[in-house]
Design a protein around this ligand. Sequence first.
Ligand code: DO4
Ligand code: MG
Length: 285
Amino acid sequence: MKLCRFQTPDSGPKAGLTLDGESILDLTPAGIDGLTPLLERAGLVEELTRLSTERLPRHAVSSVKLLAPVERQEVWAAGVTYLRSKKARMEESDFSASAYDRVYEAERPEIFFKSLAEKVVASGESVGIRRDARWNVPEPELVLFLNSRGLIVGYGVGNDMSSRDIEGENLLYLPQAKTYHRSCALGPFVTVGVSEAEARGWTISVQIQRNGEGVFAGDTAVSQIKRSFQELAGFLFRCQVFPYGAALLTGTGIVPPETFSLEPEDIVKISISGIGPLSNPVVQV
Ligand code: DO4
Ligand code: MG
């Protein structure tokens, strides 16, 4: 069961439910005016199961614009949660290599602010590469959707776009390497009613196309994430309040070779087996 935000040519943003990924039920006539209040409900899956049998307006996915599945949620990201990410970052870093080693082993995970909801790009919209960076990569990541009480209520697909040369030059530049115009893509679907154990059975894959040809492909298993989702969510909500909930990217386990950098007009196609695809062209910003 998957939730989404969508818009028709003559409507504003609406919350939708899809069972088959082909058609979307408009939840507005059932009094649901956004994803945020929905994700707060106790018995969400039972409620959605009941709604799926109601006579609600139905739209073909191909006839609507799918929006990023965030409204006022802050978007945060965890890092160095996969061994692959730790190794690659140690190699690219001039003098901060031990920081990655230490955070991988430490009790406290790396968590950083990634984006305001209104800056997140949806599937189909362009992700950005910085014009002052020469080494830009996508980071395909599983996203946890958390309600205001810190409960994990859904899973999505995210791209934590990163400028590796800026991060590698000095770790204090991390916010500039991670948070800039069009640096975060999410969506379009949020899978609900799935346990952590089930989500850990999923695969994350990415394909990058340039002029119609594949220039990089990779995949990883969600089971390779070192920390539990509860652990990551617990640290995000520690000494913090999120009145509208939050989205948390869980780190990347796919790192292209050092010779690879994104170029304008590349297409980044990410897919997570239990959720679906997220596809974005690349633009220089
Ligand atoms: O430590 C820097 C960022 C790490 C990150 O974004 C990741 O591992 O996915
Ligand atoms: Mg990342």
